[in-house]
Design a protein around this ligand. Structure first.
Ligand SMILES: NC(=O)c1ccc[n+]([C@@H]2O[C@H](COP(=O)([O-])OP(=O)(O)OC[C@H]3O[C@@H](n4cnc5c(N)ncnc54)[C@H](OP(=O)(O)O)[C@@H]3O)[C@@H](O)[C@H]2O)c1
Length: 428
């Protein structure tokens, strides 16, 4: 007996699934307790269908979603089209038509996940999406299953390969942001509109999903403060190195006394931190928990075959559960009341880069401004004086998000101080 699959889209990831079924069919069949068969593939139009057929892809291509949703033989629909619409409509249609669904669409799941998960639950169907966070790293199932007995206190992640590739070039080879972006686009790592990758949006989508699996709390995308890498200057990179840090774009989800906090921001990581050595397009998720302590999951966050492995594992799991009669379980079964952290409880060290006229007493004045908000300095450095202007770099002791906002607004009122950048600094 075979389990029949309908693929929606036949792009990068989807076209990696036939490779796995071909090269690893025996193991997949054994694990699924069934053969898996790609019964139909939805493509956009006749032109695309003819192009794929001419290229030797021997599938039953269709151009209307109803041909898949209304096919009683198809049990699993695999959405690999990306973007919100029509993916959302098609997934809901499939679930309401009695199909189990697999997706890798983090944008959609981060924003509309609760509605889709509820629809799957109402219909007693599976909705799995291992590939939506860090592509080839099996992090969601690890959090949901392997860490079920552990209490996760913080998840830190290098979650976006494009921005990590760019930052690695900026840090290791002194490239500017513009040079790094141009090369990332030439190599196909960055899209022509790179906003989601470089502004931390893609990583914030993943932080939303990680908060569900790590903490059982369903936060919304708007709850994730996000800052991207486009403001990072070569000076920031050089100062970080001089002070013993590496800058990475880090997603940070943690539980405080008052609730959960999730944010994505350029972060100074101590050079000895395991995430500091995650370079190029690689991703990693670093989990702090009361049982295991610290563990890190490292691997390719994207790419045809790595992502197809995660997608196919979801398909196998569903096929297996169909045979076992255990289908319908939620991907993540742990859920708690969602409580957002009070900004007073969200603490971090911070890096400030501030331009100021090169005159006497400025550092003293800065110390006064910070101390009004009860913030003290851990390190201070005057990095550059070019005739009339100097750059002062400060790393603070632990301070709250409330103090951060307060001191930033105080500095904004001072004509002598121009805050160029503020980034988080991870303590040793
Ligand atoms: N690529 C990765 O490494 C990776 C990693 C993790 C997660 N993901 C996720 O996996 C999903 C697929 O990514 P991908 O890289 O494979 O994207 P892709 O290469 O752009 O493939 C998507 C395919 O779906 C087609 N499509 C779009 N709308 C369609 C419609 N209405 N009907 C039929 N086909 C349609 C696209 O056609 P056109 O090209 O003509 O629009 C394209 O061929 C996305 O949600 C992505 O975020 C990807």
């Amino acid at each position: 007996m075979s389990v029949k699959i309908g693929l929606l889209g036949f792009g990068t990831v989807a076209s990696g699934i036939p490779f796995l079924l071909q090269e690893n069919g025996e193991k997949i069949t054994a694990a699924a307790h069934n053969e898996l068969e790609i019964a139909k593939v939805l493509v956009k139009d006749e032109e695309e269908k003819n192009r794929l057929l001419a290229a030797g892809h021997d599938y039953h291509f269709v151009t209307n979603i109803d041909d898949i949703v209304n096919d009683p033989d198809i049990q699993i629909v695999v959405e690999l089209m990306g973007r919100i619409e029509p993916a959302k409509t098609f997934i809901l249609k499939a679930l309401n038509g009695g199909k189990h669904v697999v997706s890798a669409n983090k944008d959609l799941i981060a924003v509309h996940g609760p509605e889709i998960i509820a629809t799957a639950k109402q219909n007693g169907l599976a909705f799995y999406y291992e590939a939506a966070v860090a592509g080839g790293i099996p992090i969601l199932r690890t959090l949901a299953n392997s860490l079920t007995a552990d209490k996760v206190t913080r998840i830190l992640g290098v979650l976006n390969g494009t921005s990590n590739f760019m930052l690695t070039k900026m840090v290791q080879e002194g490239w500017t942001y513009e040079d790094a972006l141009k090369t990332a686009q030439e190599l196909g790592y960055a899209e022509s509109d790179p906003t989601n990758d470089v502004e931390g949006i893609d990583a914030a989508y993943k932080a939303v999903i990680l908060s569900q699996f790590g903490f059982g709390m369903t936060i919304s995308f708007d709850d994730v403060k996000h800052q991207g890498i486009s403001n990072i200057t070569p000076d920031d990179v050089a100062v970080a190195q001089e002070m013993g840090y590496v800058i990475k774009l880090v997603g940070d989800v943690k539980e405080t006394e008052s609730g959960i906090s999730a944010e994505v921001s350029p972060t100074f990581l101590p050079q000895t931190h395991p995430l500091a050595s995650v370079n190029g397009v690689m991703n990693a998720v670093y989990v702090e928990s009361i049982g295991i302590g610290q563990s890190m999951y490292y691997g390719p966050g994207a790419g045809q075959k790595p992502t197809a492995v995660s997608v196919t594992a979801d398909i196998v799991r569903i096929a297996r559960r169909l045979t076992d009669g255990t289908i319908g379980k939620e991907f993540n079964e742990v859920s708690r009341e969602t409580k957002l952290a009070n900004p007073d409880d969200v603490l971090s060290h911070y890096y400030f880069a501030i331009n100021t006229p090169d005159k006497k007493g400025q550092i003293l004045r800065l110390a006064e401004i910070f101390s009004v908000e009860d913030i003290s300095f851990e390190q201070i450095l005057q990095t550059k004086a070019n005739g009339t202007s100097a750059r002062v770099v400060i790393i603070t002791h632990n301070m709250s998000q409330t103090q951060l906002e307060a001191v930033k607004s105080r500095l904004a009122q001072e004509a002598d101080f121009q805050v160029v950048n503020t980034f988080k600094v991870l303590g040793e």
